[in-house]
Design a protein around this ligand. Structure first.
Ligand SMILES: Nc1nc2c(ncn2[C@@H]2O[C@H](COP(=O)(O)OP(=O)(O)OP(=O)(O)O)[C@@H](O)[C@H]2O)c(=O)[nH]1
Length: 596
């Protein structure tokens, strides 16, 4: 154990985590120059995704240090996006240390601050690394000042590097072995292994990435999954180098993969503890918080025939994605589909893209909504993930929405703009702190406002300089109503949304106006209305027009005609027939694009 070092890299997106990791792998001889290039130059998206999958797990590298000893460095990757911050804490709990990578030209960003606190709370040694010092705009002293002022971490011995040129990266390796402690033995002699991640592999079945805390695992061992009480026999095990390498055992302090003929990822729950069935540990390791889907949306196949295929695809995706939730949903307007729960908007986009690309499904996604709590007059509390399911008004005592605490880091110039934005989003200010060259603004904001277009707006009002991180805080009651959309007099349940009373009319008007531009003209007038209960709050009309795409072609060019027709067919794919009207995907998401 003395020669093992387990570490993670904490970095904001684009600060150079992957580049630094690649350099470290290269320096330790994990991949040859040619293989590195193959990885970097590979432009096939699926292959690239595989590359990412490898990186998303762990790499075990031998490093012969200046002291002449060969150390085993285990690098456990963490995703950088705010949607996946729970994954960061689970990767960190398998490590004794972390590198905090800060782009020396950009400075500290909010996401890294939150993750860095998680690391410090978990007792990790954090080594600050200032990257991109080859850039003329890099300012090492300023970046150091920010790390100290914003995070409160001593940055005097931060390591300046260029992951791109490789300059000084060897110093990072030396710091890892000298500053990060080796794994500590635990006060038990029984096996305790933490499941960091589990995924489904087409050849191996369920593979789990584990950190052995105490004891050792060998093929053939009977393992007990402590939360489920089930036992499984270990098939194979080993480490990633980053190629998958089989080994005869995984010992205390090590991080590696195991297979144990487990049917799906729920059989090897992330955060669970594995022990030996014949000689079990007294108690499990502290696990992780379970993930709660925060954003829900309906997914409907464009063609009803695709419903079974969609179910199958979701089942398969869930094998690898324990955070994905779904249950059948039927909508008057949309037919049969699924109500799906996601960690956030990025997670939702990834799932939708995979369903369309890997499973060749044409889908309509309805507007995402957060989960509300509804206190009913009979005293029960229901959790509402679908506005269409809101009980009738007389049965409702109060509707509560989720509130998050958002922490924003920005250069001083943009404070005014950001405060205006937060106030507009119904935010309540908690604090403003001036830290070196940046300002930390903390607001309580309804999650519903954050998932709309908050990130994009924040970036645009700060010219890309502000960054933010948020976490769930509480549910809070407010004057909410359901706005319905009627197309030619019929309510389209999939378009209903819960809105704050004060914003309801403006949102309704904007929505109706936007939908007017998105719904193609048909052979008859289409009336679009927004209503609260029986009261119509806005209305617009898509005028009838007979659309004839060929009219533009003046007869002559046959191939051009064919192209146009094909294009029109393509465009049709993502339309859903609702009553007599065809509604395109964009119209279902129009609610996301409201200006204010
Ligand atoms: N000039 C310079 N550019 C760098 C350096 N390190 C990384 N980059 C560039 O910065 C960009 C982001 O680097 P990545 O390694 O992909 O960053 P990341 O943090 O892994 O980003 P995500 O994978 O999106 O989280 C890339 O265009 C890199 O080429 C460096 O030391 N100097």
């Amino acid at each position: 154990m003395e020669l093992i070092r387990n570490f993670s890299i904490i970095a904001h997106i684009d600060h150079g985590k992957s580049t630094l990791a690649d350099r470290i792998i290269q320096l330790c001889g994990g991949l040859s120059e040619r293989e590195m290039e193959a990885q970097v130059l590979d432009n096939n998206p699926i292959e690239r995704e595989r590359g990412i999958t490898i990186k998303a797990q762990s790499v075990s590298l031998p490093y012969t240090a200046r002291d002449g000893k060969t150390y085993q460095l285990n690098f456990i990757d963490t995703p950088g996006h705010v949607d996946f911050s729970y994954e960061v804490s689970r990767s960190l709990s398998a490590c004794e240390g972390a590198l905090l990578v800060v782009d020396a030209a950009q400075g500290v960003e909010a996401q890294s601050v939150a993750n860095c606190y998680t690391a410090i709370e978990q007792g990790l040694e954090v080594i600050p690394v200032l990257n991109k010092i080859d850039l003329p705009t890099a300012d090492i002293e300023k970046a150091k000042g920010e790390i100290e002022a914003v995070i409160g971490l001593d940055a005097s011995d931060a390591i300046p590097v260029s992951a791109k040129t490789g300059q000084n990266v060897i110093e990072v390796l030396e710091a890892i072995i000298h500053r990060i402690p080796p794994p500590r033995p635990r006060d038990t002699d029984k096996l305790q292994a933490l499941i960091i991640d589990s995924w489904f592999d087409n050849y191996l079945g369920v593979v789990s990435l584990v950190r052995v805390m105490q004891g050792e695992i060998k093929p053939g061992d009977k393992l007990l999954v402590m939360s489920t009480g089930r036992t499984h026999e270990v098939g194979e095990l080993g480490v990633f180098t980053p190629k998958r390498k089989k080994l005869a055992k995984l010992g205390a302090g090590e991080v590696g993969w195991i297979t144990a003929s487990i049917k799906d990822v729920h059989g090897a729950p992330v955060g669970d503890t594995l022990t030996l069935a014949g000689k079990p540990a007294e108690k499990p390791l502290p696990g992780f918080q379970t993930m709660q889907p925060r954003v829900f949306a309906g997914l409907f196949p464009v063609s009803a025939d695709d419903y079974p295929a969609l179910r199958e695809a979701l089942d398969k995706l869930r094998l690898n994605d324990a955070a994905l939730f779904f249950e059948p949903e039927s909508s008057e307007a949309m037919g049969f589909g699924f109500r799906c729960g996601f960690l956030g908007m990025l997670h939702m986009e990834i799932v939708q893209e995979r369903l369309e690309r890997e499973y060749d499904l044409d889908l309509i996604t309805t507007a995402p909504t957060v989960v509300y709590e509804v206190l009913k007059t009979d005293g029960t509390v229901m959790s509402l993930d679908n506005p269409a399911k809101l009980p009738p008004v007389p049965q409702i005592d109060e509707i509560r929405e989720p509130i998050v605490v958002a922490s924003i880091l920005t250069p001083q110039d943009y404070i005014g703009n950001i405060i205006t934005l937060c106030e507009e989003k119904r935010g309540v200010q908690r604090s403003i702190q001036y830290l070196a060259t940046q300002v930390q603004i903390t607001y309580e904001i309804p999650l519903a406002e954050v998932v709309l277009d908050f990130f994009d707006r924040l970036k645009s009002v700060s010219r890309g300089y502000a960054s933010m991180d948020y976490h769930f805080d509480r549910f809070e009651a407010g004057p909410f109503v359901r706005t319905d959309v009627l197309i030619n007099g019929d309510r389209v349940d999939a378009l209903s949304l819960i809105v704050h009373r004060v914003h309801a009319e403006r949102r309704g008007r904007e929505l109706v106006e936007r939908m007017k531009d998105l719904i193609p003209r048909q052979q008859f007038d289409v009336a679009i209305q927004a209503a609260i209960g029986a009261q119509i709050i806005a209305r617009s009309t898509v005028k009838a027009l007979r659309k004839n795409v060929l009219a533009k072609c003046y007869g002559g060019d046959v191939s051009r005609k064919k192209k146009l027709l094909e294009k029109q067919k393509e465009g049709k794919k993502r339309m859903k027939q609702v009553g007599r009207v065809e509604i395109p995907q964009e119209a279902f998401l129009a609610v996301l694009k409201v200006d204010k």
